[in-house]
Write a protein that binds this ligand. Sequence first.
Ligand code: ADP
Length: 625
Amino acid sequence: MSKEVGSLSIHSENIFPIIKKWLYSDHDIFIRELISNGCDAITKLKRLEGMGEIDLKGEKNFYVKVLLDKEKKTLTFLDNGLGMTQEEVKKYINQIAFSGAEDFIKKYKDKGEQDQIIGHFGLGFYSAFMVADVVEINTLSYQEGAVPVHWRCEGGTEFEMEEGTKSSRGTEIVLHIGEEGEEFLEEYTLRSVIEKYCSFMPYPIYLEDVHKEPEKDKDGNIIIKEPEALNNIQPLYLKRPNECTDEEYKEFYRETFKDFKEPLFWIHLNMDYPFNLKGILYFPRFSPVDMTEGQIKLYNSQVFVADNIKEVIPEFLLLLKGVIDCPDLPLNVSRSFLQNDGFAKKVSNYITKKVADKLNALYKNERENYEKYWEDIGHFIKYGILKDDKFYERIKDILIFKTTDSKYVTLEEYLERQKDQEEKNVFYTTDQTQQSQYIQMLKDNGIESLVLTHPMDAAFISFLEMKNNHVHFKRVDSDIADLLKDKEVQENKEEDRKIRESLEKLFKKISGKKDLKVQLENLKAKIPAMVVLSEDNRRMQELMERYQASGMENMSIPSEETLVLNKKHSLVQYMIAHVEEESELMNLLPKQIYDLAMLSHKQLSPEEMTEFIQRSNEILEKMVS
Ligand code: ADP
């Protein structure tokens, strides 16, 4: 074979600098492209055997090797796949690979950063020039009598091709790394990139530093080590779900996510029709305060494409961890295309449905476990409900709520107990410690409260009310005075009105709040007083606070707090009898009662707290003097 010099069929002269620069952001993908080409070459070879075209005589040892030579500054990708003849190099490398690259440039040159293609699939062999100044190919085809080929290109549009020296079947791509690619001459970097993109590729991938000193034992003998593949050629998700053990699922999780906390449970996705999708989604242990993103890795036929692609995986599911392999997804296209792609939506819906099915099955068959997991998965589910109406529809009947007794009930079960009430009130606490007085009073009257302490719960409550318009969520310190009234006590309306007016005057004065309302009731509770604030008013106030916190205009809503005094309580009776008096006790008592009621309702200001403690001490001093 005589030396052949030619010109690549590329029309724009300076295509290489463009692609180098354009792809700067993730130029590590050349590793994925070259290794997956090597794997493809092995698959093709095996397929030929399967078709009876060749006899591999029981050969089993297929691999892709990456050789690192820091001195020569080369990276070599070696495979024992089917190799190429001279004709094939001409066709696949000189024509197809480069025209593919040219198409690629045409398509994406004018697109901005925000429209990055997802996987850069289709770039292929050409991506070697992202980091190399010179690329060489040494290849020997499997075909009888094939002549080895040596091909070389210096990154321009010229190449040379001649008979080579390769004596074993397969292909060797040698990259002479230029300045842009120097980081890939570090073994550590190289290893992490291979692990990122190639962990599940179907043939063993080895990395070898050719100048690395062999390890020796203490007598100076070289330790011979079996080379270890960097990848798992049979990732668990490819197996049938009924062939996998719990231990295997856990191990796969540990290996893939380097997370040594056990996942709670998982879903094995395995779909052949109408599209092909396999994968495993894990529900990790969440910490209730921190909603950090999980990690869902997307693969295309065992080749890693990207993490957390929102167009394919519903956003709320990104809190999970998992791998999804979908060979049918058109991943060589832009994200904005995927967003509008019906197929990507179908995949996304399928995943959502599977997650909802799994949760429903857990609820039905393992309610005890489901309740145990709730602490971890509850806010994930709530987030999903707020984000995705379809998910809500699938999951609404299995939403559970923790009660102050640490039991779990569904909304329906909770409301069931209030059959006789026309208004369906759901009482909840946002702070079990501070609101303990109210919780106890309601409990004494046979009313259970739900614990809704997550910052997201306010939005969640509003959402549920919108969906079930007969249901009203009420915080334990809201409209509860009526519920706690002792209806057996005879009231004297006229007398009560007068007393209430004078007490209101007194409390307005000591609290300094002109708008304070005072209500006088016979309560079935052992406290002298409580502060209540209507649910609507409190929600409005909280909304305004949020607006203000986010720097929006300052609109404060007047608070409509009501001090409910319990006429049955001896301290209140004392105040009623002495309301007009100026005495030491009447100076201390109402203030103390007011502060105690306030304390359960919200945090006192530092000044109020100081005054409260001083006054409490004063009262104690009186008792011993
Ligand atoms: P793609 O892999 O998407 O087809 P590439 O540009 O990566 O595009 O490669 C072009 C062609 O070159 C491949 O289809 C294949 O026929 C051939 N080729 C590339 N690498 C190898 C290899 N390691 N062994 C055999 N053939 C190869």
